[in-house]
Design a protein around this ligand. Structure first.
Ligand SMILES: NC(=O)c1ccc[n+]([C@@H]2O[C@H](COP(=O)([O-])OP(=O)(O)OC[C@H]3O[C@@H](n4cnc5c(N)ncnc54)[C@H](O)[C@@H]3O)[C@@H](O)[C@H]2O)c1
Ligand SMILES: [Zn+2]
Length: 348
């Protein structure tokens, strides 16, 4: 079992990574807890054991259930079981469950501890780490939420074998971005591809932990975690492409590398390194056929992390950093990328 500590300004918490990590729950529950509310989904086979009375609440699948109505339902159920601020919520699931249960915990009795037992690859390297929780509104995804750091996180890599293959691949898209972010936070220079899965997950957790520790509330550095996400989000919103989040991010990473090369920030070898990592994970790299480039540029300009103009996390001599880019450069690189995708498709 690998233990990574996330160091925040005023406290720290453990993340345990490895096969069977879920069985360590009792050890990481806050002291004095008298009841536990477990939140999970029916498709998640994982059960957890606790040594105090507990109730399990099963939430629906899919983003439409990631709603304030579900949060209210959970809080009412917590109340009915007599949960107090001195007890604990335990989220067992992927990002959807940890986001929702984390948000319910953040507001229940003005803040009740939560432990995340993360069961998806995307959850383990991203959603369960860093304290962002939330729900969707009909107007958009993750528009309400709170920063609420967990008391501990358990990343049980044994559960990943049961993941539907596309969910696993979506997680690798998120993992791919971490291959390029280590420099900024002084991570040791390692060939991530050569590490066993649990060590690779631990590297991503440690890296995200360092970024979050330095910027808990997304004031600056945390934006580098958005690497590959500007085009990724635009592809997801433009829709109709049947892309999972991590797959869209993978295409976004390739685009970000090409844009950085176009701007003279990185050389062709570094672009090739991006392609090599994406191939290693068998992720898509090129724009989906039929992409409406004008629509993508318009959507990128609207990305909630862009404050005026087009903002990208881009690789460069000082590592990945957030830079403003002219729309004309973005369009030129997107167009060249689209031409390449078409050419690639026409090859026999
Ligand atoms: N808080 C953050 O910082 C953050 C970061 C990234 C994403 N997110 C959020 O995370 C969500 C996506 O998370 P996700 O990719 O983990 O998807 P998810 O939680 O929706 O899970 C995907 C599917 O896999 C199933 N599943 C989960 N674990 C399983 C297992 N071990 N075996 C079999 N099936 C299993 C789920 O029930 C679900 O049907 C989105 O709502 C997104 O907004 C949050
Ligand atoms: Zn992401």
């Amino acid at each position: 079992m690998i233990e990574v500590r996330i160091e925040l300004a005023d406290r720290s918490y453990p993340v345990l990574i490895g096969a069977g990590a879920r069985h360590r729950l009792v050890e990481v529950l806050p002291g004095g807890v008298e009841r536990v509310a477990v939140v999970t989904q029916s498709s998640i086979g994982a059960t957890v054991d606790v040594d105090v009375p507990s109730r399990t609440f099963v939430i629906e699948q899919g983003e439409q259930a990631k709603s304030l109505a579900t949060v209210e339902e959970l809080c009412r159920e917590f109340s009915q079981m007599g949960l107090t601020r001195h007890d604990c919520v335990v989220a067992v699931g992927g990002g959807m469950v940890t986001d929702l249960a984390g948000f319910a915990a953040a507001i229940y009795h003005r803040g009740t501890p939560v432990v995340h037992v993360s069961t998806t690859l995307l959850g383990q390297v991203d959603a369960a780490i860093g304290g962002k929780t939330g729900a969707n509104l009909p107007e958009g995804k993750n528009l309400v939420g709170a920063f609420w750091q967990p008391a501990a996180v358990l990343c049980d890599t044994e559960l990943l074998v049961a993941l539907p293959p596309r969910e696993y691949r979506s997680g690798t898209g998120e993992m791919a971005k971490y291959h390029f972010l280590g420099d900024r936070v002084g991570m040791p220079d390692v060939a991530l591809e050569d590490l066993p899965l649990d060590e690779r997950v631990a590297y991503c957790v440690e890296l995200k932990g360092r970024v979050v520790g330095a910027d808990e509330r997304e004031g600056g550095l945390r934006n580098i975690l958005n690497y590959g996400h500007t085009l990724g989000h635009a592809l997801e919103i433009a829709g109709g492409f049947d892309l999972r989040h991590g797959e869209a991010v993978a295409i976004g990473l390739h685009f970000a590398a090409l844009l950085a090369e176009h701007l003279g920030r990185i050389d062709a070898d570094r672009v090739e390194e991006h392609r090599r990592v994406l191939s290693f994970y068998e992720l898509p790299q090129e724009l989906p056929a039929g992409s409406d480039l004008d629509a993508l540029v318009a959507l990128m300009g609207r990305d909630k992390k862009a404050i005026g103009g087009l903002r990208f996390a881009l690789d460069g001599p000082r590592g990945v950093e957030v830079v403003d880019v002219d729309a004309s450069d973005v369009e030129a690189v997107l167009r060249a990328m689209a031409d390449r995708s078409v050419a690639a498709e026409e090859e026999p």
